[in-house]
Design a protein around this ligand. Structure first.
Ligand code: FRU
Ligand code: MG
Ligand code: MG
Ligand code: CA
Length: 592
């Protein structure tokens, strides 16, 4: 029997991952930290629930619907930013890190949200946006005015002389913003350029300034004191840029990608060598981990967590977990299921994608599985709607935390948002009336479908900040709760399953049986095993039960995808198993 002790690998203490029972009379599995097997639910506050009829979601709306999270088996929620903001980038342009955005409510509303969540046993994580602040923030105004103590709060630089035009000043380097255009913006007031890796209104903090680093800790402490259980941390790969001191006193140009389809001010023209994934940024993340760990030690209570966001290659992503003896994020979000699968993906692609994370993850670290978020087309639209139950089953069966973007529990699809209705800054800056759909994140942000009524029960207002998707009459929570079989009911069954020791502590096998069908087996003898069999293809597939390692037959169907002809309780005997397109079955069997 391996008991749950801490192991020390390379100077880093990791919690142990797999526990094996030793037959009848085995001790119960050691408890895990709440976050290690968490069902984490992302709330997009603008689109979750509107309590006051202004067509915009708000905090009292969230509070009124927290029971839904409990119903959906969630143990924790992370909220996209709720801080004061001019809303250029839907709240990711924070103008006051210490107050609540007025459309969303008051500080009291926030306190009520947290206390109600805690009553219900839910953790609440806030979205911490350290890379940048709104140009309307006091920090920026003071920095632009060179107020003492704030001069270096942002990344300021002199322009370059234009050899072709004496009266022109060029930006300090060729850096391109994530939303297109130069990443440098001229400030008339200060007579210098400031850096913005995102929109012009999101100025990058200067993390080489100790004052900035201290301020970040102050912000985190403020919200932890208010009861937040931790943070999702935004846009980390962009935290630091090359230091001019290492480059003869100026900002070095990023190398050119050589890709002719991009013009000099388009994302993709350069390779973000000096602007992304800088090795120095990780120490700051490790400092934040130390900070939240110390906070917990000093204040008691459960672990305060940090989950980091970044789209980077696998080794730079894994580095967020920790390195060289220091701990980092409790986990960095795993975006593989978003970035590495295309519409026509097969079982082998999916297995490869899953194993990639598990293979690169440091020993004993905690995995996590993300199907979607507010920045990407919804999983049903991105891949295929028929796969919703199977994909939810996959993220439920895999070891570690399972992350759900609001609406995925219903199989919600992208909404339709016309050019006139489009508000996303990325769509508006990178696209035009013809091309905006390539860039717009609005379709994944339309309001949640509570019921079939006007505005889907999201708002009493017929006009909402983004249009409600017309398919809310078919796809909505109220209906899925009533129907004998629905995506939501499958989701609930899966979440209940995740509480069992076999899923929280068991071993796993992830394998493709064919081009179309894969299995995830979870084992913890002497307890029952659970096996997901999932045909991801658009046509049927026949596999043989003998191909599934460690499955003792007969097995029973624990839960089946909505369109499956099989029902919970059906018996699966040894032999050929035909699976319809998209069919997913979770089988329960006694251990070998
Ligand atoms: C994810 C994100 C976006 C936002 C950006 C900058 O990359 O959360 O929604 O536009 O970070 O804060
Ligand atoms: Mg409102
Ligand atoms: Mg600019
Ligand atoms: Ca930065």
């Amino acid at each position: 029997v391996v008991v749950g002790a801490a192991m020390v690998a390379g100077g880093v203490a990791w919690a142990i991952i797999a526990w094996r029972g030793s037959g009848p009379g085995a001790p119960p599995p050691p408890p895990r930290g709440w976050w290690e097997t968490a069902d984490l639910y992302q709330i997009y506050p603008r689109s979750f629930m509107d309590s006051d009829g202004d067509g915009v979601g708000d905090l009292p709306g969230i509070t009124s619907k927290l029971e839904h999270l409990v119903d959906a088996g969630a143990g924790a929620a992370w909220l996209s930013p709720v801080f004061q903001s001019p809303m250029v980038d839907a709240g990711y342009d924070v103008s006051d890190f210490y107050s609540i955005h007025e459309e969303y409510g008051t500080m009291e509303d926030f306190e009520q949200l947290v206390s109600r969540a805690h009553e219900l046993g839910l953790k609440i994580l806030l979205d911490f946006v350290p890379n940048h602040a709104s140009t309307e923030s006091q920090y920026f105004k003071d920095s632009e005015d060179r107020v003492e103590g704030f001069e270096d709060f942002f990344v300021w630089a002199d322009g370059l002389h234009d050899p072709e035009n004496e009266s022109n000043i060029l930006p300090p380097s060729n850096w391109v913003s994530q939303f297109g255009g130069s990443a440098w913006q001229w400030s008339e007031k200060r007579g210098q350029f400031y850096l913005h890796q995102f929109s012009v209104q999101q100025a990058d903090f200067n993390f080489r300034s100790p004052a900035v680093r201290e301020e970040m800790l102050r912000i985190m402490r403020f919200w932890l004191d208010k009861g937040a259980d931790g943070f999702r941390i935004d846009a980390l790969p962009y935290l630091m840029e090359a230091n001019p001191a290492d480059h003869g006193g100026h900002y070095p140009d990023d190398p050119l990608s050589g890709r002719k389809e991009f013009g000099p001010n388009q994302l993709g023209y350069t390779v973000p060598f000096y602007t992304k994934d800088l090795i120095e940024l990780y120490d700051i993340v490790y400092d934040w981990r130390e900070f939240v760990d110390n906070y917990q030690r000093e204040n008691g209570g459960d672990t305060r967590v940090i989950f980091t966001e970044g789209y980077s290659n696998i080794s730079m992503t894994m580095r967020y977990y920790g390195a060289e003896g220091r701990l980092g994020a409790h986990f960095p979000f795993n975006f593989g299921l978003i970035t590495d699968l295309t519409r026509g993906f097969g079982a082998r692609d999916l297995v490869y994608c899953v194993l990639k994370w598990l293979t690169y993850m440091p020993r004993g670290a905690v995995a996590n599985w993300v199907l979607g978020n507010h920045d990407n087309s919804r999983v049903t639209s991105r891949l295929r709607p028929a796969l919703v139950d199977g994909l939810n089953a996959l993220t439920a069966l895999l070891p570690g935390a399972s992350v759900t973007y609001q609406g995925e529990e219903l199989g919600m699809r992208d909404g339709r948002v016309s050019w006139r209705q489009t508000v996303d800054v990325e769509a508006c800056s990178r696209g035009n009336e013809e091309t905006y759909e390539l860039y717009s994140r609005d379709p994944a942000r339309t309001p949640f479908h509570w019921d079939r009524g006007p505005s889907a029960g999201f708002s009493s207002n017929a006009s909402t900040w983004l249009p409600v998707a017309p398919d809310h009459r078919e796809v909505n929570l109220e209906r899925q709760k009533k129907e004998p079989r629905s995506h939501f009911k499958v989701f609930q069954a899966l979440k209940a399953l995740r509480k069992r020791p076999t899923l929280t502590h068991g071993d796993y096998i992830v394998e493709a049986l064919s081009d179309k069908t894969l299995v995830v087996v979870r084992l913890l003898a002497p307890l029952d095993s659970f096996t997901l069999v999932f045909n991801v293809a658009g046509s049927s597939d026949t596999v043989h039960t003998d191909w599934i390692r460690n499955l003792k037959l007969p097995a029973t169907v624990y839960v089946a995808s909505v369109s499956s002809k099989r029902n919970a309780g059906d018996v699966i005997s040894p032999g050929l198993l035909e699976l319809q397109a998209g069919e997913a079955l979770v089988l329960q069997a006694s251990s070998l």
